[in-house]
Write a protein that binds this ligand. Sequence first.
Ligand SMILES: [Zn+2]
Length: 386
Amino acid sequence: MRLNHPIKLIRGGYLYDPEEKGVRDIVLLGDRIAWVEDQFNAVYPVEMDVIDASDKIVIPGLIDLHVHLIGGGGEAGPTSRVPEIRLSKITEAGITTLAGLLGTDNVSRHLETLLVKAKALCVEGITTYMYTGSYHLPSSTITGSVKRDIALINEIIGVKIAISDHRGSQLTFTELARLASEARAGGMLSGKVGVVHVHVGDGNRGLEPLLDVVEHTEIPINQFLPTHIARTSSLLQQGIEWVRKGGCIDITAPKDGRTAISIFEELYASKIDLGKVTFSSDGNGSKPKYNDQGGLVGMSTGNVSTLIKTFRSLVEAKQTSLVDVLRLVTSNPANRLGISQQKGRIHEGADADLVILDKDLCIDKVFANGRLMVDAGRAVVKGTFE
Ligand SMILES: [Zn+2]
């Protein structure tokens, strides 16, 4: 089925918006959601595409706030640079909104390239944001300053930096505080969150550099969104304490479901506010493995599909409701990125980003900005070079 009419009626699906709403009819008008009703009874004013979603589940399009759109890696030399991501990989994973970033390599990877890639994916159908900066200081920028990048470039919603990692710039307290203040000011000037998205490495200090800044400056704790928080159990414990202090954390969705379940068990048992937690894929990033001496012993890459797989594993594990799990990859990341009016929820006026799942939680259809991108699990809209 190829659906192209600008008006679409998604009939009789079981809606999680992400709250559980039950059977609903949803009308898409262009790139927006126009109606969400028990039963859409209006006499069809004009022709429209009708999609039968009975026996299916309708959820918001997933939001992935950490994706290496132009590829990460490079830690093992020129041959270890991960290639650019392709549109169909993203949409077939149920993702309709994402935020791109640089990693270790800010020598052969440039923010201008990332920005143009973000724009290309928008033209191809999804919604894309990005962070300025990379692991390092001085921050890579497009306009010459982090503040100006965030204030002046639509797609840029924050800055990326690395702490507690041997690959990072080993920031001082003052440097980290200054960077956060730049991001905060840039965010205020543009009405964005100005988030400081912090890659936290394997180093022993973990979140301590962030805690120092929060305790000894006026920067509020929610200016920061630390990620990779489940990489070690001690960092996860620090992350839980960080949430108790009012902060938010991001967790890289693991490749295997069992690890995801044990991470979630720990979060759930800690009784922290799960609204402060997001999962992201680290898609297209490198996953280097180091030995005890710090030598590189292997390399794999992250995949954006870990997000939907983690969602499925956690729902099937039945530790909590589907709603609690769905929020981690929809409304929570929308809140973190400051885009919750339009993204991460299904309501009238929001962007028409939705995923239709089979009863076994496999992806059937994906709509991004009202356009059918995936049908029967396969991309029907391809990127230019696919
Ligand atoms: Zn990454």
